[in-house]
Design a protein around this ligand. Structure first.
Ligand code: SF4
Ligand code: SF4
Length: 440
C-alpha cells in the first residue's frame, strides 16, 4: 500500500486550487473521499478529459486515497449533463464508490458546495472538509496519487480556450512557458489579446507569457483586451471603492445569491459594500468577509449595478486575517441550505452569457502527446508551504523524474510542502532563489 511519505516525495499537491500538499490532506481520517470533477469554471475541460482518457487511473487514485484515510465511501462529483463521461466512468467504479450527479451551476466545484451537493453535509464556516469527515481531491490530483510510487509529478494537463485556433487540453511538462502552450493550441486569433490564467471567474490576467506552467495551472483563456472579464480583473482598489460608494443601493442581491451565504455561513457582501461609506479609508471591519471563497459570482453576475463586492470582501478578509482577527463561534445556520440553495443556484449557461463567453468554443479535447520543449523553468515554490531547496547544481545533467529540489528539513522533520523533479531530460542551466531552469 502506498504511504503518505511516498506521495510527498512524488511532489503531489492539489492540482486544481492553491496547491495544498496532498500527503498532508491524506494523513487525516475520513469516512468519505470526494473527487472534485465539477469543473465549474467556464470553458475548462481538462478534468472531464482526464476521466475519459485516464478512467482507471482516476479510480485507482480514489481507491488509494480511500485506503489512506480509512474511508468506506468514494464519491465522484460530476455534473449530470456530462452523460458520456459518466457512462465511461460508471462501469469502472468498484464497491464503495459512487457518482454524485451535480446540477450545471456555478460554483459547484467550490469544496463547500461540492460536499453539500454530493453528501448533504455542510462544512462549518472557516472549517475544512475533514470537519465533516470528508477529504476532497481534484481529478488530476487523484491521477498523480495513483502513480506516485513510480512516477513523480512532472507533467500537467492544461485547458487552452478562448481566442485560439483550436480549444484543447494539452499534456505538457511542468515549467513550459504559457506562450508555448498557446502556440500548441494553434496560436492567438485576435489582434489585441489578453491572457487569463486559471479560469475566467477565479483566475488572473497574466502579462508575461514567458512565465511557466506550474503544478496548479489549470487553464489559459485568451480574450480581447476590452473583454468584460479582462476589464473587471483590472479594476484597482480606488475604482472599486469609488463606484461602490456611489452606486451600491443595498439591494442585497450579492448576499441573496452568494453560495456560501446560501449554505448558512455568515457572509453578507452587501454589508461589506455598506462599510465603504463609513470612513474615508473604506476600512471598516466586517467579520463575515473571512468566509468569502472569492468565487466572484457577486461581482461578475449577481450585482445588477456591476459593482465589485468580491474585492471589497477580499480586501476586508485580508486585513482581518493579517490582524489575526478571528470570529470565534460565528453564527451558522446549516438548515438554511436545502430549498434556498436549490432555488438560487446560478446556472452555468446564464453565467457564460452574462460574462460574455457564449461565443467561444466550449470544448477541450485532449491532445495526449506530451508537448516537446527545449527548456523549462521550475519554480521552487508551486504550492502552499515552504520553498524547496535545490539539490542539483548548474551544469548537472538530469533526467525526467529526477529529484532536483526538496522540502527543507528542520529537526529531522520536512516542512510543509512537496518535492520537485526535473520535467525534461537535459542540463541545469540556471538556479536562483526562485527557480531552476533545465535546457534539453
Ligand atoms: S448587489 Fe450590488 S448594488 Fe446590490 S447590495 Fe450588492 S453590491 Fe450593492
Ligand atoms: S465572492 Fe461574492 S458570491 Fe463569492 S463567496 Fe465571496 S461574497 Fe459570496
Amino acid at each position: 500500500m502506498i504511504t503518505v511519505e511516498q506521495i510527498a516525495v512524488a511532489g503531489v499537491v492539489g492540482a486544481g486550487g492553491a496547491g495544498f500538499p496532498t500527503h498532508v490532506k491524506l494523513s487525516g481520517k475520513a469516512d468519505t473521499v470526494v473527487i472534485n470533477a465539477a469543473e465549474c469554471e467556464p470553458l475548462l475541460h481538462k478534468d472531464k478529459e482526464l476521466i475519459l482518457h485516464r478512467t482507471e487511473i482516476v479510480v485507482e487514485g480514489l481507491a488509494r486515497a480511500m485506503q489512506l484515510v480509512g474511508a468506506i465511501r468514494g464519491v465522484v462529483g460530476i455534473k449530470k449533463k456530462y452523460v458520456h463521461v459518466i457512462d465511461t466512468l460508471r462501469p469502472k467504479l468498484v464497491t464503495g464508490m459512487e457518482i454524485a450527479f451535480l446540477d450545471d451551476a456555478y460554483p459547484s466545484g467550490d469544496e463547500f458546495i461540492l460536499v453539500y451537493e454530493s453528501l448533504n453535509r455542510v462544512i462549518p464556516p472557516g472549517g475544512i472538509p475533514l470537519a465533516v469527515g470528508v477529504v476532497v481531491m481534484n481529478v488530476e490530483t487523484a491521477c498523480n496519487v495513483a502513480v506516485a510510487e513510480t512516477k513523480p509529478v512532472t507533467e500537467k494537463f492544461v485547458s487552452i480556450a478562448g481566442s485560439v485556433e483550436h480549444s484543447c487540453t494539452l499534456r505538457v511538462p511542468l515549467g513550459v512557458s504559457l506562450n508555448e502552450c498557446i502556440k500548441a493550441a494553434g496560436g492567438v486569433t485576435i489582434a489585441n489579446p489578453a491572457f487569463v490564467v486559471g479560469g475566467a471567474m477565479m483566475g488572473y490576467v497574466e502579462t508575461d507569457l514567458s512565465n511557466p506552467v506550474t503544478k496548479t495551472t489549470g487553464g489559459i483563456i485568451v480574450l480581447p483586451q476590452d473583454h468584460f472579464i479582462v476589464q473587471r480583473k483590472q479594476w484597482d482598489w480606488k475604482k472599486t471603492v469609488r463606484v461602490g460608494r456611489s452606486a451600491c443601493d443595498q439591494c442585497s442581491f450579492c448576499t441573496e445569491l452568494c453560495p456560501r451565504n446560501l449554505l448558512g455561513h455568515p457572509i453578507e457582501p452587501h454589508r461589506a459594500m455598506r462599510s465603504l461609506g463609513f470612513n474615508v479609508s473604506a476600512q471598516s471591519d466586517v467579520p463575515g468577509t473571512v468566509f468569502c471563497c472569492e468565487c466572484n459570482l457577486c461581482s461578475y453576475c449577481s450585482c445588477p449595478e456591476g459593482l465589485d463586492p468580491k474585492n471589497v470582501c477580499a480586501e476586508n478578509k485580508r486585513r482581518l486575517l493579517a490582524n489575526k482577527q478571528r470570529w470565534e463561534n460565528p453564527p451558522f445556520r446549516p438548515e438554511r441550505a436545502g430549498q434556498q440553495m436549490l432555488n438560487r443556484k446560478t446556472p452555468t449557461t446564464r453565467l457564460i452569457q452574462k460574462i460574455g463567453l457564449a461565443g467561444y468554443q466550449n470544448k477541450g479535447p485532449l491532445e495526449d502527446r506530451l508537448l516537446e520543449v527545449q527548456s523549462v523553468v521550475l519554480p521552487l515554490r508551486q504550492h502552499i508551504g515552504a520553498t524547496c531547496i535545490p539539490i542539483v547544481q548548474t551544469g548537472n545533467a538530469v533526467h525526467t523524474g529526477q529529484p532536483i529540489a526538496q522540502r527543507p528539513v528542520t529537526d529531522g522533520k520536512p516542512a510543509l510542502g512537496a518535492d520537485l523533479h526535473a520535467s525534461i531530460t537535459g542540463t541545469v542551466t540556471e538556479i536562483n532563489q526562485e527557480y531552476i531552469r533545465i535546457s534539453a
